[in-house]
Design a protein around this ligand. Structure first.
Ligand SMILES: Cc1cc2nc3c(=O)[nH]c(=O)nc-3n(C[C@H](O)[C@H](O)[C@H](O)COP(=O)(O)OP(=O)(O)OC[C@H]3O[C@@H](n4cnc5c(N)ncnc54)[C@H](O)[C@@H]3O)c2cc1C
Length: 223
């Protein structure tokens, strides 16, 4: 029986995914949001198949993105990977843990995946610091290189390749970058981001939960 609720700072896509996950597994939580109003920011986001699957698992169908009436400009920023996402009974998640350039269009997807792995770790280890440690160990090593990868061109690197090979002028794309090479380029990125269709199909959502469980049971970490 959990007496104290889990406290979630921020009602972004990461925080809300955690809240829904905790609700699903019967863990009480409270969400705190510093913004007084919800406002459109003028950017639609693309969700990857691994994140969509988790949203379906949460019982949410696909949502229609509505066009924003105002458009704002912000600088693109990221942050170097950090050595841990956990400090005692607190853990970072989503952009707070691994903000990266949106060249791979997967920051929000990753925040959803984080939430689900965290929920899995809590199911396995309980609502405690061991769960946070298991979550950190499961995801941080894979996500840290992705931050640096996105600092380069990410999937947009394909456009750089096109520019290198023909200055961006071509009649037949296949003559410049054959389809197999394009597919391989994109596949490598999707694998790194955990979003390749083949991998998603081969590992149902519950496998993320099993993976977190394995980490937790094989590595008991003190609270
Ligand atoms: C131009 C652009 C395009 C993008 N395109 C895509 C895309 O196509 N696909 C994709 O997956 N990702 C995309 N991303 C990335 C994606 O938007 C982010 O990775 C994602 O929104 C992060 O979610 P989050 O919940 O971690 O953080 P946020 O969405 O930043 O939410 C954090 C929340 O916490 C609140 N908060 C902050 N501090 C406190 C505090 N102390 N107390 C309480 N509340 C607090 C904030 O007000 C905010 O509501 C894009 C990003 C940009 C900038």
């Amino acid at each position: 029986m959990i007496k104290s609720p889990v406290l979630i700072s921020g009602a972004g896509i990461g925080g809300l995914s955690v809240a829904l996950t905790l609700q699903q597994i019967g863990v009480p939580c409270r969400v705190f949001e510093s913004a007084a109003d919800l406002k459109p920011l003028g950017v639609g986001i693309d969700l990857q198949p691994n994140a969509m699957r988790e949203l379906y698992e949460l019982g949410l169908g696909p949502t229609m993105l509505r066009g924003a009436s105002d458009v704002y400009e912000y600088p693109m920023i990221d942050r170097d990977p950090v050595p841990t996402w956990r400090d005692g009974n607190a853990a970072l998640l989503g952009d707070a843990a691994h903000v990266m350039y949106p060249t791979g269009s997967n920051g929000a997807s990753q925040a959803i995946a984080d939430a689900r792995v965290l929920g899995a770790a809590m199911l396995q280890c309980g609502v405690n610091a061991r769960a946070l440690q298991a979550y950190d160990e499961r995801l941080r090593p894979a996500l840290s290189p992705l931050i640096l990868r996105n600092r380069g061109a990410g999937p947009f690197g394909l456009l750089n390749l096109l520019d290198e090979r023909c200055g961006g002028v071509f009649d037949d794309i296949d003559a410049i970058i054959p389809k197999a090479e394009r597919d391989e380029f994109m596949h490598r990125y999707k694998v790194a981001a955990g979003a390749c269709w083949r991998c998603v199909r081969a590992s149902p959502a519950s496998s993320t939960w099993r993976s977190a469980a394995t980490v937790c049971t094989t590595r008991a970490v003190g609270i």
